[in-house]
Design a binder for this molecule. Sequence first.
Ligand SMILES: Nc1ncnc2c1ncn2[C@@H]1O[C@H](COP(=O)(O)OP(=O)(O)O)[C@@H](O)[C@H]1O
Ligand SMILES: [Mg+2]
Length: 251
Amino acid sequence: MIDIENLQKRFGDHQVLHGVDLHVDAGEVVCLIGPSGSGKSTVLRCINGLESYDGGEIRAFGERVDCNSRDIHRLRSRMGMVFQRFNLFPHRTALENVMEGPIYVRGEDRGAARERAMALLDKVGLAAKASAHPAQLSGGQQQRVAIARALAMQPEAMLFDEPTSALDPELVGDVLEVMRSLAREGMTMIVVTHEMGFAREVADRVCFLHGGKIVEEGAAAQVLGSPRHARTQDFLRRVLHKPAEAAGGFA
Ligand SMILES: Nc1ncnc2c1ncn2[C@@H]1O[C@H](COP(=O)(O)OP(=O)(O)O)[C@@H](O)[C@H]1O
Ligand SMILES: [Mg+2]
């Protein structure tokens, strides 16, 4: 469904992706992990045509992803993207945020869009908050509205870029639960995350990115449980021993 071969990307003189290969089949959940600056967001942004690339090829749904093509909006609309920051419209209710895309981009009938938006809010556990404005919602609730908004466009694949890393720890679980249920329903997903428990449980495959390359890739249990590459081992040691715990040791 998504096929990346030898992806190269430069920002000016700075080469940030050095030949990334990634193949994602329909219904697969692939987690991308790796240190900050390793190129995870750039890979996702290239996949949905928010960023151009300098070499290699990305194909989505059998079509070449080319951010300069006239068709890029149509291709992009087949992929839902959820970012670390939710970017909801502040002056619209949760329901209106979810209805907006289907009405203005897809030209859907208002009544039908409202009905589906309600069903999606229900799915993410927020039916009772339909008329709340973003400022009245917690970060976790706003992120769930953002997921409902992406799903309202009826995407064939979902790309998540650290969807829980801006959230207070107690709000992370509800967002992961929504993602877990999407995975169970067979949604094709590429998820950049630092939530190793989630990756281990939900991902079919985990790819570890370092310095703009995938240095290790395999079944979640293998990559996270018995990583082969020294860099993966080192990274996992660091993320699994959170600073808070280390600090606790010195207290
Ligand atoms: N728009 C940009 N202009 C210049 N450099 C960028 C831009 N976006 C990302 N980079 C650089 O590309 C590298 C990879 O960034 P990114 O994909 O955001 O990494 P990650 O998501 O893994 O933290 C970093 O060195 C970053 O500074
Ligand atoms: Mg990033």
